[in-house]
Design a binder for this molecule. Structure first.
Ligand code: SF4
Length: 364
């Protein structure tokens, strides 16, 4: 039964056709694929899962991505910017609770005040956590000089999602101007690797106009770009965005969820030693969404430790989960969730991407 799927899962190289086959599976054959992949993945990578305490510290953004609820043209989004003392408190919370790492994320800004503020903040986070808390940042497209400044100040991982590696699809979901340029995004990913960051990217799954072939190409893009970490999840439409007009052309939310899990499992087969995050957007569709991602290939989970009063305002998409829980509730709920997925938390560990060390050893 399901011979073709069995054969593909147990290969060591994968063609685009193989990936399209896996990504598009449904029903019992999909269940079979996920189970086989899970067994293979646990044998190879073990069952450790790493925490990254997520601080979404500001939703001010200078960009206007057509899918995003906090795009600058959305005047109905209530804007906030958490002060540094509160961010430091959140970092200390992550450290004291043995998370190992945090992620600092905000809307995109490249003004000097912002750049200097982040540089100082990174240094202070290192200070208050005895240099032991790992720091990932996700602050968009910047110059090489800025990437270097932030790296020197203590950040060692950077997430910059490509959203779609298909240039023409990328152009359909972004304004057609120099601030939203596909080549600039690729160039930034190259600069991040050159600077020395563990470099992460990701895509949205189930976008209008997107095909299974596009998604297979996204996976091959991660491989070609030698990416160390990936965070990807289902596209969830937001009423206050231009892309909402295509809502009737989208796959059902359930199908977007299924394909997102298929993508995670297929990526784990393709790139066995990278870090893959269980995106929060999965839980917006299925209450067990992140656990399923952990079972079938993800090994990073990001408890939200943003001070609760602001969480509801960082809505890149709608129906975002856990926007009304304090950080304590969130970490308790997540440890139980991770155990339910038969995974073990790597407390106090940075949980760096094994792929990064292999890549940089080869480059040296
Ligand atoms: S996706 Fe990021 S860069 Fe684009 S509008 Fe939203 S916050 Fe800004």
């Amino acid at each position: 039964m399901f011979e073709k799927t069995y054969k593909i899962v147990h290969q060591s190289t994968f063609s685009k056709e193989d990936l399209v086959h896996l990504i598009s599976l449904e029903g019992e054959e999909r269940d079979f694929f996920l189970k086989e992949t899970s067994n293979k993945y646990i044998q190879n990578l073990g069952n450790k899962v790493y925490f990254r305490g997520l601080v979404e510290f500001s939703n001010y953004c200078t960009k206007d991505c057509l899918y995003c609820g906090i795009r600058k043209s959305n005047t109905s989004s209530e804007r906030y910017d958490i002060d540094d003392a509160e961010i430091l408190k959140a970092a200390k919370f992550a450290y004291d609770n043995h998370y190992g790492s945090i992620v600092l994320q905000s809307g995109e800004r490249d003004d000097k005040r912002f750049i200097d503020r982040i540089t100082e903040l990174l240094k202070k986070i290192k200070e208050v956590t005895d240099g032991k808390l790992g720091i990932t940042i996700s602050l968009g497209e910047q110059t090489e000089d800025t990437y270097q400044k932030w790296f020197d100040a203590g950040a060692h991982r950077y997430l910059l999602r490509i959203e779609s590696s298909n240039k023409s699809l990328y152009q359909k979901i972004h304004p057609n101007d120099s601030h939203h340029d596909f080549e600039t995004r690729i160039n930034c990913l190259n600069l991040l690797q050159k600077t020395g960051y563990q470099t992460g990217t990701g895509v949205m799954i189930g976008l209008p106009f997107q095909t299974y072939e596009d998604l297979a190409d996204d996976l091959l893009f991660f491989k070609d770009m030698n990416i160390d970490m990936v965070g990807m999840g289902p596209f969830i439409e937001h009423t206050e965005t231009p892309l909402y007009q295509y809502k009737d052309q989208l796959w059902s939310l359930q199908r977007r969820f299924e394909v997102a899990i298929n993508m995670i499992a297929a990526l784990r087969l393709l790139l066995p030693n990278i870090n893959i995050a269980a995106a929060t957007a999965l839980q917006a569709i299925d209450p067990m969404g992140r656990e399923k991602a952990l079972k079938f290939g993800a090994n990073v989970i990001m408890p939200n430790i943003t001070p609760t009063i602001h969480r509801k305002d960082y809505t890149l998409y709608q129906n975002k989960p856990c926007t009304d829980e304090g950080a304590d509730d969130c970490s308790n709920c997540l440890s139980i969730r991770v155990e339910m997925a038969d995974r073990k938390i790597g407390y106090d560990e940075w949980g760096d991407s094994k792929h990064f060390f292999k890549r940089t050893a080869i480059e040296q």
